[in-house]
Design a protein around this ligand. Sequence first.
Ligand code: 3NM
Length: 214
Amino acid sequence: MKKFDLPIGVYAITDSKSGKNKEFLEYCEDLLKGEAKIIQYREKKRDLKLLLEEAKALRELTLKYNATFIVNDYLDIALLSEADGIHIGQDDLPIKDVRKILGENKIIGISTHNPQEAQQAIIDGADYIGVGPIFYTETKEDVCAPVTLEYLDFVNKNIKLPYVAIGGIKENNIDKVLAMGAKSICLVSELVGADNTLETTKRINNIIKHWHKN
Ligand code: 3NM
């Protein structure tokens, strides 16, 4: 039995530019008020003490809004902040070793970019996968070329794991991703760059939920 399903709606990821016009936590609270039910804390190349401090604060905030809290990459930060789980990349520690450290009850997600990686994620015991980048993105450094809607279609039809569609997804192209069956959708720059993060998150959540209402 699956222990976890991704919520239908926006899968929010923080970015070093999150809250550039606002305090970081205020930005995250806008995501939560806009009904994001899952937040991944993704911050690269920063002071570990600061990462832990922010992760703990975000853990507290996500509990207040009854949202799932995932930490990107850092196992130590995930454990110390009592996150619900971790999201890793293909070059990180193997899932079975991450599982040994985190335990059975925590969520492990992994980014995948092709059918082989998706199939391997099942074998390795991932709880969900990231599917991307669907479209061109400048947000993630060293990411591969867009995997296109073709890979999303493959995952939707063949991979029996929850998945989040990611990469270059905007309000003006989200319909294409929804039409493939995606239920959990991540938009980073679209939310970071929004004039009103709360309203934009809410509006995009409504689009996703409306699409899947039956
Ligand atoms: N992971 P935006 S693409 C964090 O394909 C991340 O694994 C990706 O940002 C992957 O919505 C990506 O601004 C960045 O394109 C997504």
